[in-house]
Structures are given as C-alpha cells and as structure tokens.
Design a binder for this molecule. Structure first.
Ligand SMILES: Cc1cc2nc3c(=O)[nH]c(=O)nc-3n(C[C@H](O)[C@H](O)[C@H](O)COP(=O)(O)OP(=O)(O)OC[C@H]3O[C@@H](n4cnc5c(N)ncnc54)[C@H](O)[C@@H]3O)c2cc1C
Length: 386
C-alpha cells in the first residue's frame, strides 16, 4: 500500500510528490497522460511561483536543467485603449516564463529523483474512502486497476474527477470564458514584461519566451458573448489568434511578421469552484482545488504553494496515523489565496468595463501604486509559516 497516491502529474501533483518522497514517504503519481506534453497556459510564472520552485529544488543539482528554458520577467504592462501602465515586481524579485513541457517534465523528474513512482497513462476514475485507506480505481491501457493508499490527492486539474468522486465539485461558476494559446515568433519590441491587452470582451496576453527572433507565448481569452460574436473566425484557430494580434491597435504593427511556432490549443471554461479542498483522507491541490480565471497568471503559484501546504499536513497525518490534521487544509488555502481570488474577481469586473479599467490604469499611474498591485498579484510576500 502507498502512503499517498497523487492523481495527476502537472505542477501541483509533481511538486507534492517531490516534497513527500523527499521525506521518505511511499508515493505514486498516477497521470492520465505522458510527459512531455503541451498544456494550454500563458507560460508565465510569478515571483511567488519562482520562489516556490527554488524552495522545492533547494540543494538539488538539476536546477540548471530548468534554467536553460527560463526567461526572467520584471513585471507586467497593462494596456486598455490608449491607457497603459507598467507594474514592476519589487527590487530583487522576478518572474519567469518557461515552456510548460519543460517545466512540467522537470518537476516530474524531480519527484522521480526523490523516490516517487510514476504510473503514466493511468486515468483515475474514482476514489473510494474507507476507515484506514483510500481505494483509487483507474484505467491503464484499457485495463481496470485499483491502487490502495493511506491518503489520496486530486491534482488532476480543472473539472477534477477526484473532486467529483468524493462529492467536492460544486456547480460550474457563471464565468464562461474560452481561450486560444500558442507560441509565436517574429513579434517585435518584446520587453521582459508580461503584456496584458484588454479589449471589450477579450484579453490578449503576451509573455516573451526564452530564445531569439521575437519568441513569445500569445494567449487570447474571450468572454462567452465575444466568443459567440467571433464564432466564424474561431473555426480556424490560427486565423483567430493571429488575426486578433494583428487587429489590436497596441500590438498590430509589431505582429505584422508574427508566425505560429506551435499548434493553437483551445480550452475553457475555467470557473470550477469546489465545496471544500478536503474530505476525509482526500485532499485537492492546484486547479482541482477550485479555479476562477487565468487572467492574473497565479495558477502555477497556487499549484506549487498548495502542494507545499498539503505536503506538510500529509506528513503530519501519516506520522500521527490519522486524518484530523487534514481538516485545517481548506482554511489554510482560503487564508493563503483568498485575497488573490478577491483581487482576481475585482480585475475581472473592471476588465468587463473598459472605461472603468482605463480610469483605474490612470489612477495607478498617477498614484505610483502599480508596483504594489504587481507585488500582490505576483505573490511576492514571504510565505506564511503555519
Ligand atoms: C489559457 C490559460 C492560460 C494560463 N496562463 C497561466 C500563466 O501564464 N501563469 C500561471 O501561473 N498560470 C496560468 N494558467 C493556469 C495554470 O495553467 C494552471 O493553474 C496550472 O497548470 C495548474 O496545475 P495543476 O497541476 O493543478 O493542473 P494541470 O497542469 O492541469 O495538471 C493536471 C494533470 O492531471 C492529469 N489528469 C487529468 N485528469 C486525470 C485523471 N482522471 N487521472 C489521472 N490524471 C489526470 C493531466 O494529465 C495533467 O498532467 C493558465 C491557464 C489557462 C487555461
């Protein structure tokens, strides 16, 4: 029997398995896919996520294997109409952009190196809880299988099967966005900043990527209404994404020579709340623990920080042989991420009202408080000690 079966090998699952295996726990990661693989993402990590990676890799030699894929980022620049403001992270802090295949595979390798077992191509179907253990049912290469563990973790992303299986998935939220995302080259005048271009019903995010020739990640997020309005152009994803870049007043000229360097991935909606992030012997981490919107680029931070918190509790629960300590988990997540989620909702409210948003951008410029917002959204504060 495993100590912990982690369902899902994205950043949340791999980071958690890495922490637990390092402490000598018997851990397996059951992942439906195989690495390396693409994941729709803006591919920017905020300073909080970078710090979480450095804590995880402390003393581990393979950090160089990741750094060769990393482009440091100094902050954000927000554009709406003619208004714009740059918001830099506090001195000494920086974010990264990194291709997700490289990041996710590096985290998984770290977990394996620490002693975790990976069961690739293993799709978890359900988790049943008993007094002293969990039974995880899955399908691998068309064959049903069952794993037993003292604790199970749902790290299986949006619309988590584990969350649904243990009755934690709430009704989907009202925010119904869709997104297209791809890597491009040939985008001129890139700076080491994440660009967010807000338009009515649409946001274009640009993150410069490591490499020459104007390499960047371009993500277009559309409200449900705007997606319906652009339905005919969305039939061709490359056309819809490149067309949106070229039609933007702020990006258009810079994108005249832009080319796609990858398939355009589509995804959405994103708003999947959960009733709680814990029940009995099961914890949820990362997107599985509830997700609102990718706009502020905090998803990877939450995945990594949530894994760190879950690891501490699972370690303690295993040592005590019980589950009581796990009851603290949902409150910990609320305490750590509640303010960020409130800010996300506020930004979402403003983003849907361009005039209000432009006034807010002017306000940030005049008051010089843009860096304060960057520090909050960048999760730049030292992590709380629990
Ligand atoms: C368009 C878009 C742009 C984004 N941009 C950013 C950004 O710039 N910065 C940022 O920080 N965040 C961003 N995010 C959010 C970020 O991608 C997620 O928060 C992050 O990937 C969460 O990691 P995770 O490990 O929880 O889930 P995931 O990365 O989704 O990993 C889940 C894993 O679970 C596996 N899995 C799924 N179902 C099962 C199953 N039934 N059984 C077994 N395994 C299963 C999958 O194969 C996968 O490996 C963005 C998201 C979107 C959609």
């Amino acid at each position: 029997m495993y100590d912990v079966v982690v369902c899902g090998g994205g950043p949340a699952g791999s980071a958690l398995a890495w922490w637990l295996a390092r402490d000598g726990m018997r851990v397996a990661i059951a992942d439906a896919g195989t690495h390396p693989r693409r994941k729709p993402c803006g591919e920017s990590l905020n300073p909080g996520a970078v710090a979480a990676i450095l804590r995880l890799a402390a003393g581990a030699p393979p950090l160089e294997g990741l750094l060769e894929h990393v482009q440091p980022l100094d902050g954000w620049v927000l554009h709406s109409g003619k208004a714009s403001v740059a918001a830099r992270y506090p001195r000494g802090r920086s974010g990264w952009s990194c291709r997700r295949e490289a990041l996710d595979e590096w985290l998984l390798r770290g977990a394996i190196g620490a002693g975790a077992e990976i069961i690739a191509g293993c799709r978890v179907k359900a988790v049943a809880q008993h007094d002293d253990r969990c039974e995880i049912s899955a399908v691998r290469e068309g064959i049903n299988m069952t794993m037993e563990a003292r604790y199970a973790v749902g790290a299986d992303g949006l619309r988590s099967v584990v969350a649904r299986s243990v009755g934690l998935l709430a009704r989907p939220g009202p925010l119904r966005k869709v997104a297209l995302t791809a890597r491009i080259s040939g985008l001129h005048d890139l700076r080491p900043l994440v660009e967010l271009h807000l338009q009515r019903g649409a946001v274009i995010g640009i993150a410069p990527l490591q490499g020459e020739g104007g390499a960047a990640n371009a993500t277009l997020a559309l409200s449900a209404v705007e997606a319906a309005r652009r339905a005919s152009s969305l039939r061709s994803r490359p056309e819809a994404l490149l067309g949106a870049l070229r039609a933007s007043t702020a990006i258009g000229e810079r994108a005249a020579e832009a080319r796609l360097e990858s398939e355009v991935l589509a995804c959405g909606p994103f708003h999947y709340p959960v009733r709680a992030a814990h029940r009995g012997r099961v914890l949820l981490v990362g997107d599985a623990a509830g997700y609102y919107d990718p706009l502020t680029g905090q998803g990877i931070y939450r995945a990594l920080r949530g894994a760190e918190l879950a690891a501490g509790l699972l370690r303690q629960a295993a040592a005590e042989g019980g589950v009581e300590v796990l009851q603290r988990y949902s409150a910990m997540l609320q305490r750590e991420f509640g303010a960020g989620t409130a800010l996300q909702r506020f930004i979402e409210y403003g983003a849907a009202r361009p005039r209000l948003f432009q006034a807010a951008i002017h306000g940030l410029r005049l008051s010089g408080s843009a860096s304060l917002v960057a520090a909050v959204v960048g999760n730049c504060r030292e992590p709380r000690r629990w």
